[in-house]
Design a protein around this ligand. Sequence first.
Ligand SMILES: NC(=O)c1ccc[n+]([C@@H]2O[C@H](COP(=O)([O-])OP(=O)(O)OC[C@H]3O[C@@H](n4cnc5c(N)ncnc54)[C@H](OP(=O)(O)O)[C@@H]3O)[C@@H](O)[C@H]2O)c1
Length: 287
Amino acid sequence: MKVAIVGSKGLLGSALAVVCRKAGMGTIELAREQLDITQPLQVRERLPAVHWLINCAAFSDIDGAEKQRAKAFAINNEGARALSVSCQRRGIRLMHISCGSVFSGLKATPYTEMDEPNPPNTHGLSKLAGEKSVRAEGGKVLIVRLPVLFGNREGRWPAELLTAAREGRFPLKVPADEIVAPAYSRHVAEGLVRLLSLDVAGIVHVGAAGRCTWIEFAQALVARMSPGGEVVGVPSADFYGRVARPAHTVLDSQRFRQWTGHALPGWREGLEAWLNDAGDGLARKNA
Ligand SMILES: NC(=O)c1ccc[n+]([C@@H]2O[C@H](COP(=O)([O-])OP(=O)(O)OC[C@H]3O[C@@H](n4cnc5c(N)ncnc54)[C@H](OP(=O)(O)O)[C@@H]3O)[C@@H](O)[C@H]2O)c1
């Protein structure tokens, strides 16, 4: 099977490229330099002949999206739509990556694919618009919603926790009032590869098992990296600033489990795997 990964230098795209290669797939990595999805001519002319195209390209700066609304929509919505049009024209299956932050975060139980999205911020609105646009083109598109990810992307929350713990910058401050189910980028990539062999379309949630607060996550990381280091929870509003985040982003992955017969490992196993991988180059650093 041949796959093309758009946005291949990002956190997910880079993990996916490694996992696809390991799975023996013909893997074409398209970083922004090779394919800028906001350039319609490039999208029309540069898609390689593959079975699947996985769109990992995104404007993922949640605070930045409020200030650069047009850019967020150009990438997360119009760029996604352009890919969908070209994929359909070329007979390429599209896997479009989206996120749990299309939901308001007000629900107390995990979000299913049947729940109504209602994003609390511009980033979520642009991602939701992208979901609608890729489906509107009528092709056999698979939209995969993911929870918050961690892996080797420096300077990015929550990967920066690892750097801070390594450097002994205690106390580690984390948002106290979010319920999350963070997933390791390699585990998610392995889950996505399982979907490629199925004849499925529509929306599917691919989330890690379990749930936690960022305090629990950071404490588990510190216990492994620097036992005794202090973790302090602060209100999300103080941690992130003014842009609202959903307070609860746990995804129900029952559909994924039914389709694949596989469950993603929980956040503790993900954390352990990340810390083990971090040294061996599998979860490689981004240039
Ligand atoms: N990270 C998370 O916690 C998380 C959670 C849920 C869902 N997701 C979803 O997962 C997908 C991948 O996210 P990620 O965390 O891997 O994001 P990321 O690390 O920010 O990577 C996004 C990639 O997209 C590229 N890109 C930006 N604009 C582009 C354009 N116009 N044309 C082509 N490529 C462009 C970026 O290139 P440059 O590096 O050159 O800017 C970057 O390599 C996204 O759909 C995101 O919404 C992520």
